[in-house]
Design a protein around this ligand. Structure first.
Ligand code: MG
Length: 161
């Protein structure tokens, strides 16, 4: 049994905040405006995991109105979501991620993100892809006002022994 999931997130970029993408700190004068750490890629990833099993979205599991999630490390939430997947007998097959950020260019940081996410998902890095794009100056994200992320993944049900 396989299930596909997709996730998307966007966060506004503002001065005076740290920027985290895929669990990695990105040197940047601006960071994501958010109730949590604002990690758009991990948020999209969690929505893809939840979506694959029709378990709602991160807003329903970790509502911003609940202060226990204020400034929370998204990797901590990802661990909780992965448990929801595993408890239902699924594991992660492969994951394909796209980050859209005008500046700074992510370059080698993509590899750092892939290492962090693959480790957190307990999969070999060869099954996880992190790509980066810009918006070629178009729209709010193109003006450097936001970061966006998209994730598509496959979940595979463990075969009964
Ligand atoms: Mg978010």
């Amino acid at each position: 049994m396989i299930r596909v999931g997709q996730g998307y997130d966007i966060h506004k970029l503002v001065e005076g905040r740290s920027l985290f993408i895929g669990g990695v700190h990105i040197p940047s004068p601006k960071g994501a405006e958010a109730h949590s750490d604002g990690d758009a890629l991990l948020h999209a990833l969690m929505d893809a995991l939840l979506g694959a099993l029709a378990l709602g979205d991160i807003g329903s599991h970790f509502p911003p109105s609940d202060n226990q999630w204020k400034d929370v490390d998204s990797r901590e939430l990802l661990g909780k979501v992965l448990k929801m997947v595993q408890i239902r007998g699924y594991k992660v097959g492969n994951v394909d991620c796209t980050v859209i950020l005008e500046d700074p260019k992510l370059g080698t940081l993509k590899g750092d993100m892939a290492r962090v996410i693959a480790a957190d998902l307990q999969i070999p890095q060869e099954r996880l892809s992190v790509k980066a794009k810009t918006k070629e100056g178009v729209g709010a994200t193109g003006r450097g006002e936001a970061v966006e992320a998209l994730v598509t993944l496959l979940l595979v049900k463990d075969q009964p022994q």
